[in-house]
Design a protein around this ligand. Sequence first.
Ligand SMILES: Cc1cc2nc3c(=O)[nH]c(=O)nc-3n(C[C@H](O)[C@H](O)[C@H](O)COP(=O)(O)O)c2cc1C
Length: 275
Amino acid sequence: MDSKRLHEAAGKRYSCRSYQREEPEELQRLHSFLMEGITDYQPGIVRYDLIVGVDAVSPILKAPFGPVPALLVISADMNEPYAMESTGFGGQQAVLEAAALGLATCWVSGMFSRSRAEGALDALAPGWQAVAVVAVGRAAPAARTTIKQKLFKFLSAQRGRRRPVGELLHPVDFCSLPRAAVEALTAATRAPSALNRQPWAFALNGSRLAISSTRPKPHRSDATRLDCGIAMLEFQAAARAGSMAGSWHPEAADDNPIASFPLSYPSSGDDLDEA
Ligand SMILES: Cc1cc2nc3c(=O)[nH]c(=O)nc-3n(C[C@H](O)[C@H](O)[C@H](O)COP(=O)(O)O)c2cc1C
């Protein structure tokens, strides 16, 4: 994973709901990234399929989306306890790589037909499911955004507001965190989430930072785990782009906290992406 590239792209990313019809040539590079560039959270339990062409995508996506030239379908093995976090962690790498390539995206977990998305793929293995899709394309000029789409953006999701980073962690824990960890935490607060609900909380456990769902007992298929996986990716990319090493490790299956990140600080010059 090129953490610096993904972390920088995170600053440009936003959810786009209005696209140009034409298929961008960068889709080929995105496809290569999907096949070879994603670092799994848990190996072998998430699959990425790119559906190209407005006619192929239209039956799958619902309003307020107009024509969308490409759709990333993210499927996971729902028998696995970490399927949702893995979907968020891997899918957000694709979203940020798309942003780095100059493409616009929008995660969609509610407004799509799961059966049609699955019908458009080579057969999924038993127990696998299309968990979410991501619209991909070039953003339409603002003038072509419909009133319905503008209204949807205005009404939905607190209009992009984020909880301040100081709210995510107990104040005592917050004060004891090194600057690099605070910066990575700040990056995590900017992560996208369904309905912008930001359903994550962080806590210090010794020298480990733990992430929990704000739902007390999130079932392994709970959608907040997907959002947490996205925030975990944004944290890790920011940490490694800065002066921290490390990666997330899952907690016991079906538990909350969901995962923890050992806070360690390599001497400068270490290859953070190999740590
Ligand atoms: C898992 C997930 C599912 C989402 N589902 C939808 C959706 O069904 N429809 C939609 O218009 N936006 C959807 N969004 C986009 C969010 O509303 C958006 O990320 C949030 O409001 C924050 O805005 P931003 O992405 O522009 O920063 C989804 C986002 C995530 C992460």
